[in-house]
Structures are given as C-alpha cells and as structure tokens.
Write a protein that binds this ligand. Structure first.
Ligand code: IMP
Length: 435
C-alpha cells in the first residue's frame, strides 16, 4: 500500500503533474526522484495555473509533504525562485518541503557546457536538443566525482575554495572548446551559491532517512516521475534521452527506497504522442494533423516554450514503456484534443527494413527507420472537455480508449479531458474512492 509511482510512458509532458495532484491527499508525501528543472509540471487549481519545475506538485495540496531526493539535480537559484513564487501566492512551503543533502548542485558552467556541446552536436548531426538547464553536464560530474558538489557540501565550511577550484578548471576546458567563451567569475559564483545555500538551509536534510522511516510506518508516498520512460538514459531512445532514469526504474536509486515499497505504478500517456528536441519519432505528423494536435493541445514546452513535435498514439512505444516501468494501470490524458478529427490512428507495429515487428528497437537508428503500421478508427466531432462520466463520452472515443487499453495490456483507469482537476473521469470504483 505505501508507495505509488506516477510515471510518463512517452517522451515527457504527459500531464503527470495533474494525475499526481488528483491522487494526493492530506498526510501523503510527494517525491521527485530524478531530473531537475528540465521538467515542467503545470497544475490548474480553481482556475489558477501553477508551473512547477523542481518542487513536487503535491505542494498545492494542504497537509501534504514534498521531497526532492538525492537523485535530482538542483539549481538552487531556480529552486529558491519557485519557493518564493509559491509563498507569494499564499502556498505554505516552509516545513512542507525537504531537499536532500545528497542532491547534486547545478552550476553556471553546467548550463554553458549544455549550450556549447549542444551547438557542436547540431553542427555535426542531429542534436539532442536539451532544455539547456545543465542537467546532463551535472549528472556527468556526479558520476565523474571530481567536479561534483552536493547540497550538503554547500552548507559546509570551505566550499567556496572548492567552487573556485572547479570554476578555474571549467573555464580552462570551456575556453579550449570554444575560444569565444567568456570565463565565469568563480568568486562571484562561490559567494552567490553560499548565500543561496543559507536561504535553503531550513529545507535541506537527509531525505533517504525521512522516506525510509515514513514508508516503514506505512505512510502513503507518491513518487512523481519527471520526463517520460522513453527518455530514460538506459532504456529510452539513446542518445536522444535525458541523463537520468526517468522510467519507474529510477525510483529506488533516486529516492533511496527499496523496490518492495513500490506497490502501484500508474503509467500516464497522452491520447496522442509528442516529443520535444531531437530523436526518432515514427508516428510524427508534419502536416495539418500535427498542427491540430499542437494547437488544440497547446503543445509548447513549459520550460523552453519550444513547439512540441506531434503525432499519433504509438502503442508499440507505450507498451514497451509500460513493461519497462512495470505499470499496473493507465491514465490517458488530453483525450479532448482529438475531438474534430475525421479519423484517429493508433500505431500497432513497425516495419523495419521490410520486417514487421511490434517490439521497440533498442537502437535509435532502427527506430528512425521504422515505418509505422496503423489501425484506423472513426473519430468524433463533438467537444468532450465538459464530460465527467465515461458513459457520456461519444461511442467512438470510448472505442478508442478501449483499444488503447487492449494494445497496452493494462486497464485505462483514468481519462483526462482538460487541465482542471474536475476534468477527469475514473473508470473503476477503487480509484474513485481514493481520489
Ligand atoms: P535535458 O534533459 O535538458 O538534457 O534534455 C534531453 C532531452 O530530453 C531533450 O530532447 C529534451 O527536450 C527532453 N526533455 C527533458 N525534459 C523534458 C520534459 O520535461 N518534457 C519533455 N522533454 C524533456
């Protein structure tokens, strides 16, 4: 009972934040276990829109505690800005947000590295198209260890000297890579980070200990995935991925919680597919269908404002993601966006080099060669964003949802038809009661 994970089954932006928000009750703990400020969660509460990138969306529910664990990479400036904005809007944060002392810190050189390496990659071929938040470079320094600083280190004496030393090394390396690079002011960075650390001190603690005790006592913990399973560094469409384990596999290492505590995994998928940045996307529609999805779905990045690439639902990719993430039930979001299309398509297989397959290739080049095989279903014309009961959905929309459940081999338990909390349908009594 204690641990539930909500994870994206596509390339991110599946509206996980809304699902987490709906499942959260007073007394629960909501946990971010990977990623950083590359994520953007939009939650609409009573007509007010909140955009969060580091603070878990559970903060918007009174009586809920939130945790940013050691698996997350933290940009202290962005975190403080988010905390202040929430406080300005009357949300209580102090005493409800914990940040791990094990979380690695993002510095300005990480952002510069993201930019400079990304530029080079796009000159040489297809770029990953990162969010430029320094996520990949910070994770690289974490694994490399020599240039890593954790939140706990920032609060200890002597950290300024360490930051200065790292800044010198980074300046040298970045100038060698890009002669136009303007060296960063290590002294100013050290001072700024020490100041931020002091402001964050009341929030920083050993969150592994806190979570283990909470789970051992039987408290309900919700693990909120950022990005989506197909962006997982090990199991996604490498190298067009993020630098963390963004599938449900990341929960244990990221949060410091053994798998036995994770008792339910909810996979969130859009009723179609989107992707931001580079990488293969077999069902992409560079045509009026794609434009319909982008405009109706307001498919522009929360963090970067980039227009998202849009296409049909890919059941091969989502089924793979659901298996890797160990998903029990599905939440299907943005179903309302499909209203008005004459027909809707689901990709049920790939043709790769003349061979038909329904397994998801492990190499991005094979996925790039995949031609989608579609099943076509009738569309529905009427808007559905006002519908609150599944029985009231148009027959065609029901058939579409049912087919997705069949193809993914998991029951669809939640359908979302708009950003507001109220625009949600629960298909089974168990979810209805707990929501
Ligand atoms: P990074 O996470 O900034 O390194 O970016 C790596 C890839 O993941 C790029 O294709 C990004 O567009 C994508 N990405 C990162 N975070 C998100 C997200 O929250 N939603 C969708 N795509 C994301």
């Amino acid at each position: 009972m204690p641990g539930t994970c909500v994870v994206g089954l596509q390339w991110g932006d599946e509206a996980k934040g809304k699902i987490v928000d709906l499942l959260t009750r007073p007394g629960h703990i909501v946990v971010r276990y990977q990623g950083g400020a590359n994520a953007g969660h939009t939650v609409v509460v009573q007509g007010q829109t909140y955009k969060l990138s580091l603070v878990p969306s559970g903060i918007l529910r009174p009586g809920v505690e939130c945790v940013i664990t050691g698996g997350v990479v933290v940009d202290p400036g962005i975190l403080l800005q988010e905390i202040r904005e929430l406080q300005t809007r009357g949300v209580e944060v102090q005493g409800r947000l914990r940040v791990s002392d094990r979380a690695h810190v993002i510095f300005p050189w990480h952002v510069e590295e993201d930019r400079i390496f990304g530029q080079r990659a796009s000159e040489e071929g297809e770029a990953i198209g990162t969010t430029l938040r320094g996520i990949g470079p910070c994770y690289r320094d974490k694994v490399g260890r020599y240039f890593a600083v954790r939140m706990g280190d920032l609060l200890r004496p002597g950290v300024e000297e360490r930051i200065l030393r790292i800044a010198e090394e980074k300046n040298r390396a970045l100038q060698a890579r890009d002669p136009s690079f303007q060296p960063l002011d290590g002294q100013a960075i050290a001072q700024q980070y020490r100041q931020w650390a002091e402001q964050l001190r009341p929030f920083v603690s050993d969150t592994t200990e806190f979570l283990l005790s909470a789970l051992e006592q039987g408290r309900q913990v919700l693990f909120e995935g950022a990005q989506g399973s197909l962006l997982d560094v090990d199991h996604g469409t490498f190298p067009f991925v993020t630098s963390s384990n963004s599938s449900a596999l990341g929960v244990c290492a990221g949060a410091g919680v053994p798998g036995k505590f994770i008792t339910q995994i909810i996979g969130v998928a859009k009723a179609y597919t989107t992707r931001v940045g580079g990488g293969p996307f077999p069902t992409e529609q560079n045509n009026p269908i794609g434009e319909h999805l982008r405009e109706r779905g307001r498919e522009y990045g929360t963090v970067t404002r980039r227009p998202r690439r849009c296409g049909w639902f890919d059941a091969v990719a989502v089924r793979y993601a659901a298996r890797v993430s160990g998903v029990d039930v599905l939440a299907l979001t943005l179903l309302d966006v499909l209203s008005g299309l004459p027909e809707v398509k689901i990709c049920t297989g790939y043709r790769i080099g003349g061979e038909l397959t329904n397994s998801f290739p492990s190499h991005a080049e094979d996925l790039a060669r995949a031609e989608p095989v579609y099943e076509t279903l009738p569309g529905w014309q009427q808007p559905i964003d006002h519908i609150r009961q599944v029985e009231h959905l148009p027959r065609e929309a029901r058939a579409y949802v049912d087919r997705i459940g069949e193809l993914i081999e998991r029951p669809v338990e939640v359908i979302s038809v708009g950003p507001d909390r109220s625009q949600t349908m629960f298909l089974h009594a168990s979810q209805k009661q707990s929501a």
